[in-house]
Design a protein around this ligand. Structure first.
Ligand code: DX5
Ligand code: ZN
Length: 217
């Protein structure tokens, strides 16, 4: 059964606590927080202050997805704010190894992220440093996009390396995830499913969390 990580990008910001408590009670293990800087991706979302505000209201793992150019400028701020996992895009810095080291030194779990156009080979040299790998299943920047089926082969390729080398990082997917697209991803080796619009744009977000789990039993 896959772990579920609702993305607050599609939540109701005015009633954020209510939405977070709802998915928490529904059994979601992880809360996905999409940080966008208006440079790496067009949109601007939220910063460390949001993580600090959310930290005391839930025990869920706080998973910060930094869609930020040169993310090393901010990793310490997010770690201090209470992030458990901090994800940095390999495309966003010439110093991915240093960025991951900084996350570890700051006391959080390092995660490396790749875009749909980036091959798995790009992150092979840092796979021994991470607790989680995020394979983007849409191009980052917006919620509500369509899942890219070509992602499934990349998950399988990464999972083969993971097994061969005996790594135990989680493999997370993000973008266009629903109770159908999640199935092949889980079979290929994905262990954490981010879902934004599928969870929060529904009448019953708790049922959607359960549906993702049921689909991957
Ligand atoms: C996209 C973000 C996602 C987004 C997913 O750039 O990284 O986390 O919230 O939204 P859905 O699940 O609606 O595709
Ligand atoms: Zn995300």
């Amino acid at each position: 059964m896959i772990k579920v990580a609702p993305s607050i990008l599609s939540a109701d910001y005015v009633n954020l606590q209510k939405d977070i408590e709802m998915v928490d009670r529904a059994g979601a293990e992880v809360l996905h927080i999409d940080v966008m800087d208006g440079a790496f991706v067009p949109a601007i979302s939220y910063g460390p202050g949001w993580v600090k505000a959310i930290r005391p209201i839930t025990k869920m793992v706080l998973d910060v997805h930094m869609m930020v150019q040169n993310p090393e400028r901010y990793v310490e701020d997010f770690a201090k704010a209470g992030a458990d996992i901090i994800g940095v895009h390999v495309e966003a810095t010439p110093h991915i190894h240093r960025a991951l080291q900084m996350i570890k030194n700051a006391g959080a779990t390092p995660e490396v992220v790749i875009n749909p156009g980036t091959p798995v080979a790009m992150i092979e040299p840092v796979l021994d440093m991470v607790g989680q790998v995020l394979i983007m299943t849409v191009n980052p920047g917006f919620g509500g996009q369509k899942f890219l089926p070509s992602s499934v082969d990349k998950i399988a390729e990464l999972n083969a390396i993971k097994e061969k080398k005996g790594y135990n990082f989680d493999i997370e997917i993000d973008g266009g995830v629903n109770n159908e697209t999640v199935v092949d991803c889980a079979k290929a080796g994905a262990t954490v499913a981010v879902a934004g619009s599928y969870v929060f744009n529904a009448d019953d977000p708790a049922a959607q969390v359960q549906a993702l789990k049921d689909a991957t039993k």
